[in-house]
Write a protein of this length. Structure first.
Length: 185
């Protein structure tokens, strides 16, 4: 029997590497909240921090055999995995934003008047600023609904959410967007 008081994170990871589910449950209980707090301090929005903490804990389950106690403490190893998950998410978002900006540039009309280009650019900046006021969940449903022209039921199916949740998130997002847009009138 393992003594819970004296068992360290390192001990738990060694047991997790052998497929010990109880050890993983205890490791999860000990670190998942701390990992989420760490991600929040790094600047992750609450929902993203929750998702990333879950992803990091799954990665720990999968990679426990690669842990080397001579190179790092368990907590250091766990927080590095979480930080890397956050960095990967930022890279993916940066790539997505770059891709979207290329699409916008390629869709510009070649015979567009300079003043029209300025107005269009200002509008794009305002839309981006308004979208930034939304939570990740709200941005996701707005993006799917308005930019990808998906129906509410398609969004619900794609995100594995109840239809009512999709409608609620979209309604709340539109309220925020309208409030943000009012400052430009």
């Amino acid at each position: 029997m393992h003594d819970r008081v004296e068992e360290t994170g390192e001990d738990l990871i060694v047991r997790v590497a052998r497929g010990d589910r109880e050890a993983f449950t205890r490791l999860f209980a000990a670190y998942a909240g701390k990992v989420k707090g760490y991600l929040l301090r790094l600047g992750a929005p609450a929902a993203a921090a929750e998702d990333l903490a879950q992803d990091a804990m799954v990665a720990i389950w999968r990679r426990a055999a690669s842990f080397d106690a001579t190179k790092a403490k368990a907590s250091t190893w766990i927080f590095v995995i979480a930080r890397n998950a956050w960095i990967d998410k930022l890279r993916r978002e940066k790539t997505e934003l770059a891709y979207r900006s290329v699409i916008v540039v390629s869709e510009e009309s070649e015979d567009e008047a300079p003043d029209e280009a300025v107005v269009r650019g200002q509008t794009e900046e305002r839309v981006s600023a308004a979208m930034a006021t939304l939570s990740e969940e709200q941005r996701q449903v707005v993006r799917l609904s308005f930019f990808e022209d998906r129906s509410h039921s398609e969004i619900a199916e794609r995100l594995s959410l109840p239809l009512g949740t999709v409608k609620s998130r979209l309604r709340l997002a539109l309220i925020k967007l309208r409030a943000h847009w009012e400052q430009y009138k």
